[in-house]
Design a binder for this molecule. Structure first.
Ligand SMILES: C[S@@+](CC[C@H](N)C(=O)[O-])C[C@H]1O[C@@H](n2cnc3c(N)ncnc32)[C@H](O)[C@@H]1O
Length: 213
């Protein structure tokens, strides 16, 4: 198992949070979050709980990193777009994964989401990567890019083991997740993920949200 290490951090001059140079992390191959394969939870959802996800359509993976989950979704029938700030991550993703239904976009999810509405968003380790002050903007951006009644499914980090203002990864207590998402989404279901890396059990929550009209 790869240990989740604290990244080298630069203090932002404008906020009390830490800024991360994501592209540099990929250039340095300093990416302990990468599991070298698709999330086991997404694999299990697709295999065992297909009714939990829209049957087909367009999917988006924000903060897709090296693209493992985006590729899995494309190979399972979705037209999937992976978006990430890091050009290096996307170059590596593109080298490794090609599929006619798969596309990549370099950009900031707060500014450059695809114009075409999607049916499904798969969230994995992106929400915990953004500054907590930007969470409301993240929820709004995801709401905006989903088609009416579209679904966002994701694993959310409840407890990083660090104080809430320290990260990434940033913790999101469960009540705060509800408060943030309930502005724009209704909860379909939530549960403990069937798999967590050792030491992360009961510290992350699998949630399925439907866009409110
Ligand atoms: C912890 S990594 C997780 C990557 C991938 N989901 C995985 O599990 O390997 C967070 C990712 O989010 C991307 N990211 C952070 N802020 C972003 C933003 N505002 N817009 C798009 N991508 C962002 C980073 O470049 C990085 O690839």
């Amino acid at each position: 198992m790869k240990e989740l290490r604290l990244p080298p951090l630069k203090k932002s001059p404008t906020t009390r949070f830490w800024r991360m140079d994501w592209n540099q992390r990929y250039l340095d191959q300093d990416i302990p979050w990468d599991k070298d394969g698709a999330s086991p939870v997404l694999q299990e959802l697709l295999r065992d709980l297909p009714d939990a996800l829209p049957a087909q359509g367009h999917a988006l993976v924000p903060g897709c990193g090296l693209g493992h989950d985006a590729y899995l979704l494309a190979s399972q029938g979705y037209h999937c777009r992976g978006i990430d700030l890091s050009q290096k991550a996307l170059d590596l993703a593109q080298q490794r994964y090609q599929h006619p239904r798969l596309s990549w976009q370099q950009g900031d999810l707060f500014r450059e989401l695809p114009e075409e509405a999607v049916d499904l968003i798969w969230e994995y380790t992106c929400y915990c990567a953004i500054q907590p002050l930007k969470r409301a903007a993240y929820v709004q951006a995801m709401h905006q890019t989903l088609r009416p009644e579209g679904i966002l499914v994701g694993i959310f980090l409840l407890d990083s083991g660090m104080p809430p203002e320290e990260g990434p990864p940033f913790s999101s207590p469960l009540e705060e997740l509800h408060t943030e998402f309930e502005n724009h989404f209704e909860l379909v279901w939530e549960r403990w993920p069937p798999h967590s890396s050792p030491g992360w059990e009961r510290r992350e929550r699998l949630m399925c949200w439907r866009k409110k009209p």
